[in-house]
Design a binder for this molecule. Structure first.
Ligand SMILES: [Zn+2]
Length: 232
């Protein structure tokens, strides 16, 4: 068959099939970043339908928030861990946008996440941003924005200092470390707004809690929380 019978994208796909970021199998035509099988079988939480879900309860007594959710359960060695790994370390902002669109579809269909005025991704420290090239939480926010048509802000909430690697620290110590890590500029633009804080993975909640406490100083109407994944 002469090459002229192929269009260029199909030909490139035949020669260099892209792999699914979840299971590493080759993608077929019409799939992008994540294969249909992974998309179908991801461990969705359905938190957006339950106002008293595990993530919401995690913030009770810590941060007054209107609604909170994670889209996926994070399990070690699972598909979600693969996706998050590629999102953070393989320079895959597009994957973040794609996952953000899935999250945005859930927010849109939830009665608890309506009337959001501004999407605020958890900021990265400048040095890490320079190393990674993009903020993965901002990529997720961009995907959400495509669905619910709400602007993304990367200029109101910012990091005040580089925080140490926190992998081996307990919750109390983490909070002490995080409590002064964020600050808000142009607070008057956040007053009386419904803010949605966005992060990739929720573990102890210390980062989101510290962000939320900083944002409260701007007197928003409400703060809600959405993350891609939740480590239970
Ligand atoms: Zn897959």
């Amino acid at each position: 068959m002469p090459f002229s019978n192929f269009n260029i994208p199909d030909l490139l796909h035949l020669l260099f099939p892209a792999a699914c970021f979840g299971c590493a199998l080759p993608l077929i035509s019409g799939e992008a970043d994540i294969c249909s099988s992974c998309l179908y079988s991801l461990p969705y939480t359905d938190h957006h339908l339950d106002p008293n879900n595990l993530v919401a309860r995690q913030f009770w007594g810590r941060l007054p928030c209107h609604a909170a959710m994670a889209m996926l359960f994070f399990k070690k060695e699972g598909t979600v861990q693969q996706l998050i790994h590629h999102l953070k370390y393989s320079n895959q902002a597009n994957l973040g946008i794609r996952l953000g669109i899935l999250l945005g579809e859930r927010l849109q269909s939830s009665p608890y996440f309506q009337g959001i005025d501004l999407l605020i991704p958890v900021p990265l420290h400048k040095k890490r941003l320079a190393r990674r090239g993009y903020n993965q939480s901002e990529a997720i926010a961009q995907g959400i924005a495509e669905v619910i048509n709400v602007p993304v802000s990367n200029r109101h909430l910012f990091r005040t200092s580089a925080t140490d690697s926190q992998t081996h620290k307990g919750r109390l110590l983490r909070f002490e470390n995080m409590s002064t890590a964020f600050a808000v500029q142009h607070p008057e633009e956040l007053a009386n707004k419904h803010l949605l804080l966005i992060d990739d993975v929720l573990t102890t909640g210390a980062t989101i809690e510290a962000c939320g406490i900083s944002l409260l100083q701007a007197m928003p109407e409400k703060i809600s929380i959405a993350t891609l994944a939740y480590v239970s």
